[in-house]
Design a protein around this ligand. Structure first.
Ligand SMILES: *Cc1c(COP(=O)(O)O)cnc(C)c1O
Length: 221
């Protein structure tokens, strides 16, 4: 569907018809005004993703509390405190340091925060995340068990920005296999967040349970 001639609601409907029932659609509303979110909300879209903490805070304050807010981008430790009171899921947790801070702030606030561990699967080295062997080692150390106010729900990753569909599929497949291999030791996991506007169909084919789609819903940024 051509984004410029259709509405947000039409684009959402079109994605939903293609998306398997058990895959969660996170509508990535970063840089978009409140009115766009309200338009999506009117179709019972409740999951929204943002990547800048200040913008997330402003939108959370202005919009209905029924919204489930996802922090999808890289998160600095000094911003954790601001989102801990309300965030639904933090997608891009990529260090022990950040985990410690989320646990500390969540404990102070008296809630348990759901997070995903970000895995580096892309060939570009600009993207954040654990290298798979480092994550496996980290999980083996069982440090997570000491974080009683953080609940890990699974993994998140971003594929290389490339037109090569096969490479993208390979990277998502690699992440899916890592997820499957870690699942027996982590029975509480239920979320594999992978897929964006350009590659969510490939991600779903490779076993994604949660896609993060921005421009295909709200238009370019
Ligand atoms: C912006 C962003 C998205 C959505 O990107 P689109 O290509 O607009 O769908 C998904 N995930 C992350 C981490 C992002 O920063």
């Amino acid at each position: 569907m051509n984004p410029s001639s259709s509405t947000i609601q039409e684009r959402l409907a079109s994605i939903r018809t293609e998306l398997p029932q058990d895959v969660t659609l996170v509508a990535v509303s970063k840089t978009k005004p409140i009115e766009c979110i309200e338009e999506a909300l009117a179709t019972n879209q409740f999951d929204f993703g943002e990547n800048r903490v200040q913008e997330l805070q402003e939108k959370e304050a202005a919009l209905p509390k029924t919204i489930r807010w996802h922090q999808i981008g890289h998160l600095q430790t000094n911003k954790v405190k601001a989102i801990v009171p309300f965030v639904h899921l933090i997608h891009a947790v990529d260090s022990d340091h950040l985990l410690k801070e989320i646990n500390r702030r969540a404990k102070n606030f008296g809630r348990t925060v759901d997070i995903l561990l970000q895995v580096h699967i892309a060939q570009e080295d600009v993207k954040y995340g654990w290298k798979a062997p480092d994550l496996e080692r980290y999980l083996d150390e069982d440090t997570l068990a000491s974080f009683d106010h953080v609940r890990v729900r699974g993994l998140m990753g971003m594929a290389t920005f490339t037109p090569d569909q096969q490479q993208i599929a390979q990277e998502f497949n690699q992440l899916r296999r890592l997820y499957d291999s870690l699942l027996p030791a982590n029975p509480s996991w239920d979320t594999l967040s992978m897929g964006m506007s350009g590659d969510w169909r490939i991600a779903v084919d490779e076993g994604s349970t949660m896609i993060r789609v921005g421009s295909s819903i709200f238009g370019g940024r």
